[in-house]
Design a protein around this ligand. Structure first.
Ligand SMILES: *[C@@H]1O[C@H](CO)[C@@H](O)[C@H](O)[C@H]1NC(C)=O
Ligand SMILES: *[C@@H]1O[C@H](CO)[C@@H](O)[C@H](O)[C@H]1NC(C)=O
Ligand SMILES: *[C@@H]1O[C@H](CO)[C@@H](O)[C@H](O)[C@H]1NC(C)=O
Ligand SMILES: *[C@@H]1O[C@H](CO)[C@@H](O)[C@H](O)[C@H]1NC(C)=O
Ligand SMILES: *[C@@H]1O[C@H](CO)[C@@H](O)[C@H](O)[C@H]1NC(C)=O
Ligand SMILES: *[C@@H]1O[C@H](CO)[C@@H](O)[C@H](O)[C@H]1NC(C)=O
Ligand SMILES: *[C@@H]1O[C@H](CO)[C@@H](O)[C@H](O)[C@H]1NC(C)=O
Length: 311
């Protein structure tokens, strides 16, 4: 029955005219509506058979269909670069890449709300369900991790970002820390880039978390007790932290770099991610992925989702 999802997604991912350009937001929305067709034999079939994987979709908005392509491959974490301009949150890598319609709301939040609504039917069978399903039907308790990489001033942008998430918040879809309790839900939002640490710490309740600095979890000068109620994730730039290109043998000292940082994170219940891992040569990319996984890193940071999903 994987066929149902593939059938619906295929026209968007494979149509030649779309493979080169960007499908419009309207087409994405149309696809989501199509997913609710009577072809579906049960409500949460939308993501049936998609096995979630610990892959982080770096610069996810570059893909032909942001978010949905990642979900279709079972990618458990996606990242959007966000710019606050004139009170609107735009998504793109740099100013020159922004267009009026490429907003956080249209590219991510509305499609995500539609996906989650489709896997969370409200009916006589679900009346007693208290925790919403995450996007993956095969692992409904696995949340999607959504990284918001703030590119403009973080203190200024945070209230707009929190406001933009209101529809997901009202639906109960956001992982929340409140009254001393962390309650996982369908989506865990993690701020990175210019996300402001002190303001995120001050949130009560908190449904926007903070990507901790992986190499500085033990650094007292940051005045922060890192734990999953603030930071479910800690990240660092791979090359300066590890120093192995993926070509030739890794040294014991380089491996010790990885295991030390992973250990610092795991000791606090935090997941570890190394970003900007080598993309080429392919052999180097895969050698680094293999090394990171065997040393306990939790997320594979990937630009090529197909390659990472079949790795
Ligand atoms: C899916 O279909 C049902 C029944 O036709 C409808 O009530 C619901 O609003 C639809 N959901 C979406 C997201 O279109
Ligand atoms: C922001 O608003 C100003 C004044 O209305 C306008 O000139 C400018 O083009 C706007 N910029 C963007 C990115 O919308
Ligand atoms: C932007 O969205 C509006 C309203 O949905 C639509 O009319 C317009 O064609 C879109 N522009 C682009 C460039 O896709
Ligand atoms: C929901 O809970 C009520 C009260 O305990 C029970 O009578 C009912 O059978 C439950 N429904 C389902 C679908 O589990
Ligand atoms: C936290 O506690 C306050 C006061 O007891 C209560 O009003 C609020 O609903 C609680 N929030 C959550 C998310 O449980
Ligand atoms: C940590 O606290 C000290 C003393 O209050 C302060 O001087 C320093 O700037 C703080 N560091 C950070 C990163 O906020
Ligand atoms: C990583 O290991 C190398 C040894 O190859 C060492 O020189 C370097 O300082 C380490 N990097 C960090 C961030 O600890």
């Amino acid at each position: 029955m994987k066929a149902v999802f593939s059938l619906l997604l295929a026209p968007i991912l494979l149509a030649p005219q779309l493979a080169v350009g960007n499908p419009t937001v309207d087409q994405q929305i149309a696809f989501l509506h199509a997913s609710n067709s009577s072809l579906l034999r049960y409500p949460t079939q939308f993501t049936q058979n998609i096995v979630p994987k610990s892959i982080h979709s770096h610069n996810d908005y570059w893909r032909n269909t942001p978010l949905l392509e990642a979900l279709s491959l079972g990618v458990g974490s996606v990242e959007a670069d966000v710019w606050l301009l004139n009170g609107t949150l735009f998504v793109g890598h740099e100013l020159a890449a922004l267009t009026p319609n490429r907003t956080l709301d249209l590219l991510y939040l509305q499609p995500l709300l539609a996906v989650l609504n489709s896997v969370n039917p409200k009916d006589e069978f679900t009346v007693n369900q208290t925790t919403p399903n995450g996007p993956f039907d095969t692992a409904s308790s696995t949340p999607l991790q959504l990284l918001i990489d703030v590119k403009t001033d973080g203190v200024e942008a945070l209230p707009f970002i929190l406001h933009a998430f209101q529809p997901l918040r009202e639906a109960g879809y956001l992982t929340t820390f409140a009254n001393g309790t962390l309650t996982p839900s369908a989506v865990t939002v993690v701020g990175t880039g210019n996300s402001p640490l002190e303001q995120v710490k001050a949130l009560e309740p908190r449904d926007y978390f903070f990507d901790a600095p992986l190499t500085q979890l033990t650094d007292p000068s940051l005045n922060t007790t890192w734990d999953p109620t603030l930071s479910p994730l800690a990240s660092t730039d791979y090359e300066p932290a590890v120093g192995w290109s993926g070509i030739g043998e890794i040294s014991e000292a380089q491996r010790a770099n990885i295991t030390r940082f992973v250990g610092d994170a795991h000791a606090r219940g935090i997941k570890a991610r190394f970003w900007d891992t080598p993309g080429w040569p392919i052999r180097a990319r895969e050698a680094v992925w293999t090394e990171l996984l065997s040393d306990g890193a939790d997320w594979l940071n990937a630009d090529d989702l197909q390659a990472a999903a079949s790795f």
